[in-house]
Design a protein. Structure first.
Lengths: 635, 156
């Protein structure tokens, strides 16, 4: 009873057209089917496929799902079925050596997992999940690294539940260990479970699925009145309510599940909202991101071998992707269920790394309030929370500066255009929003802020008269009044890009009303210079100018030209601005932005939304020059 | 927009066989598969992981090995609505597969177990509980040199 009792016949893809190297590849292996019974296996695979792809959220994730059937012939039909566990006593010669009655329980159906994994790897090297379909109408199945299920009605549900564990790291949500009559399961021991769909935490602010809980939902939502037994009452909350339902992770009390019911609690019911999102977070990154048309992308390098990219999906979801030198691109995922405000070009996500193991994110929500969330290397992502009660312009940008690791300064525009600020300090928490010296920004103009040194801030924006304005804050003197920087007339939605190559120098870049790419500078010795056009450049209407200082005497600029191609120019001390050139034949969305970062001095990484709405990236390295553009997804 | 592929780190599929507490690497297979960030550990949750290591033994990446040494298995009810049961694994032998990213620097993989100690939560409102502060211990169970990566990295 081994692989000598049969042979692999062949492999057929029965569903999907995703690239195998970026697909969720499900492999179905035939067990206990003779040569003459292969059509029965084919039919069983079709039945599983139909049920699987109709199950939410897999129904919406079909573009990244491939399903393969591997026809394997066995000498005999069926599986071992020991009489000692109530079976027929059958002992058959099959390829994967499947048997009922494991552990003394007839319906526990197992097989040789090593053979199953090696066979799957040989047939579909890119497999994600392996399921063995056993040719028996006796009900049975099991999970683990290889899911096993029979042809009995309902056994497909076993496979989908087990996939929840194996592929998505979901916990069991049932509140008992062995059917509910056992002892020692009254209260969950201390220690937060690592799985995303069970928790001991009742704190709304830190609940790991807090993003899915309505403000009006009580927490806990349903408590077990008698911890000596499983709470078998009907739900007291409306169907679909996400909250905290006591009884989960094999314990009657102390552990909570997100909804009253879920496929991780009972077979035959849908996955709950939180489990659906977890599945999305695993499969969604296999696809490219359809970005909001002109979403400004932000990229930060917490350390030189790592990048975090943030953007907004076409439907407003707050999205992130990260790259690490040791593992490549992780794929796009939604950050804590966030949705960013539409309006104008739509609110972007802005991010700052106060130190290498921490990220703070900011955006304007659909209620036009400012929201933040954070990621910490020790504890992962934390839910979005509102910062004060400020109501912003639809589509406003929140800009953030971290002057030192325990401090954040935020800047945005109120509904009436007033320039607003607040700050967070580790010692005092969040301050109240306040208007910055009466300044009012033009519609669509963001507030740009830089800290040339820890106790100084410089702000820039376009005023309602389309002129460039600045003001500054210094720890000794506080805020100073707004003043006009030269006589340039900008578009109302122009962004002022500011770079401090060193603490005594500011370089500004923006677009004039006619699209010309303009610059000026400030130096502590000579003050403000005059605005000048950079190398004759003209930007696509609405496209900002991105500037990177790789050295204190070098600047690189990026934007989209009037033909929507990605252009760059550079300046090196003692030389004039270089002529604009098209970067690797790349182009972007009209009015879009090019995000750029230099994580090491002789390297640049660029990101933009292409004309097809997909995020693209390229890089420049002093050794190899410019690379080609590639779709930013998972690699 | 021209569309050229980014530099793809090689991935290797590892298949391990377990027998009680023993573990053997029975297959390593370079494959062209993207490993989503979902599977690459960014935090120190308890459980089993495969660490990829460089020649100096430094950890490059940590990938969850969710099916290593399962403490129990599920037994499903025949009738919908009846309870699921968990029992101790019925067989000593098992197997699991993990896909790990592997660059030219990768030389070995280690199966590790992260164990998390806890500290009481502080500063929370009365009547609520909160995330537990944790301390992590890493226990290496087995280390395996990767032959396929060594071959790829050989100079002509």
């Amino acid at each position: 009873m081994s692989t000598t009792d049969g042979a692999v016949i062949g492999t057929t893809q029965i569903f999907g057209s995703a690239p195998q190297n970026r697909g969720f590849n499900v492999v179905l292996l035939a067990e206990g089917f003779t040569v003459a019974q292969q059509s029965n296996f084919d039919a069983a695979c079709t039945a599983f496929k139909n049920q699987f792809i109709a199950t939410a959220p897999f129904d919406e994730l079909q573009p990244v799902i491939n399903i393969f059937r591997v026809n394997v012939r066995s000498t005999d039909s069926g599986a071992d079925d020991p009489a000692a566990t109530g079976g027929t006593g059958a002992s058959v010669r099959t390829y994967f050596d499947a048997t009922f009655g494991a552990g003394g329980i007839r319906r526990l159906l197992v097989c040789n997992n090593s053979t199953a994994l090696l066979t799957a790897a040989a047939q579909v090297p890119a497999f994600t999940v392996v399921l063995v379909v056993v040719n028996s109408t006796v009900y049975g199945g099991s999970g683990g690294s290889v899911g096993t299920f029979s042809l009995a009605g309902g056994a497909n549900e076993i496979a989908i539940h087990e996939m929840g564990h194996t592929a998505f790291g979901l916990a069991d949500e049932y509140a008992y260990w062995a059917g509910g009559n056992e002892t020692g399961r009254d209260r969950h021991p201390a220690g937060e479970p690592s799985e995303p769909n069970v928790t001991l935490n009742t704190n709304r602010a830190t609940l790991k699925w807090g993003w899915a809980v309505a403000a009006a939902t009580a927490l806990p939502t349903m408590s077990n009145p008698n911890c000596s037994q499983v709470d078998s009452r009907a739900s007291t909350a409306a169907a679909g309510t996400v909250g905290l339902f006591e009884g989960a992770h094999y314990y009657h009390c102390g552990a909570y599940r997100p909804e009253y019911d879920c496929k991780m609690r009972n077979l035959g019911v849908p996955f709950c909202r939180v489990c659906r999102q977890v599945i999305w977070n695993r499969l969604g990154p296999l696809a490219t991101l359809q970005a909001r048309t002109k979403t400004p992308l932000q990229v930060i390098a917490r350390y030189p071998e790592h990048l975090d990219v943030f953007g907004v999906a076409a439907d407003g979801r707050t999205m992130s992707n990260w790259w690490d030198q040791s593992s490549g691109w992780a794929g796009w995922f939604q950050v804590q269920g966030g949705i960013a405000s539409p309006g104008g070009i739509g609110s972007p996500i802005t991010a700052v790394a106060r130190y290498a193991g921490h990220l703070d994110l900011f955006t304007i929500g659909t209620d036009k309030r400012v929201y933040s969330c954070w990621w910490d290397g020790a504890s992962g992502w934390h839910p979005w929370f509102p910062i004060g009660s400020l109501v912003c312009r639809a589509g406003s940008t929140v800009n953030v500066v971290s002057r030192y690791s325990d401090h954040l300064d935020l800047f945005t525009t109120a509904a009436d255009g007033k320039v607003m600020s607040t700050w967070w300090d580790a010692s005092t928490g969040w301050a109240s929003w306040f208007p910055v010296m009466g300044g009012v920004a033009a519609a669509g103009a963001p507030i740009t802020a830089i800290a040339r040194y820890p106790f100084h801030l410089d702000l820039f924006t376009v005023g309602t008269d389309q002129r460039v304005y600045s003001c500054w804050w210094d720890e000794r003197g506080g805020w100073r009044g707004w003043f006009q920087v030269g006589n340039l007339t900008c578009r109302t939605d122009s962004t002022i890009t500011a770079v401090a190559r060193h603490r005594d120098q500011i370089d500004l870049f923006t677009t004039a009303a006619d699209g010309k790419i303009m610059s000026t500078w400030w130096n502590v010795r000579s003050g403000w210079g005059s605005w000048f056009q950079v190398a004759g450049g003209v930007a696509s209407p609405g496209s900002p100018i991105t500037a990177v200082a790789r050295y204190s005497n070098h600047l690189d600029l990026f934007t989209l030209g009037t033909d929507n191609r990605v252009y760059s120019s550079w300046w090196h001390e003692g030389q004039p601005w270089a002529a604009w050139f098209n970067v690797s034949a790349g182009s972007g969305m009209a009015g879009g932005q090019v995000a750029a970062i230099s994580r090491i001095a002789e390297h640049l990484d660029l990101f933009t939304v292409g004309g097809d709405g997909i995020v693209y990236s390229t890089w420049w390295d002093a050794n190899g020059g410019w690379a080609g553009w590639f779709q930013l997804g998972v690699s | 927009m021209p569309n050229t592929p980014p530099p793809v780190p090689a991935a290797v599929r590892l298949i391990f066989e377990t027998d009680g507490n023993q573990v053997r690497l029975i297959s390593e297979q370079p494959v062209d598969v993207a490993i989503p960030g979902f599977d690459i550990a960014q935090t120190s949750d308890p459980g089993y992981y495969i660490d990829t290591r460089d020649a100096g033994g430094n950890t490059l990446t940590r990938v969850a090995a969710r099916d290593a040494f399962p403490p129990s298995v599920e037994v499903f009810p025949e009738k919908a609505g009846d309870p699921i049961q968990r029992i101790a694994p019925p067989v000593r032998k098992g197997a699991f597969s993990v896909l790990v990213p592997a660059t030219q620097k990768t030389r070995s993989v280690s199966l590790v177990k992260l164990e998390v100690g806890t500290e009481a939560p502080r500063g929370l409102a009365e009547g609520t509980s909160g995330p537990i502060r944790s301390t992590t211990k890493i226990k290496e169970i087995a280390n395996f040199q990767l032959k396929s990566i060594a071959k790829q990295g050989e100079q002509p």
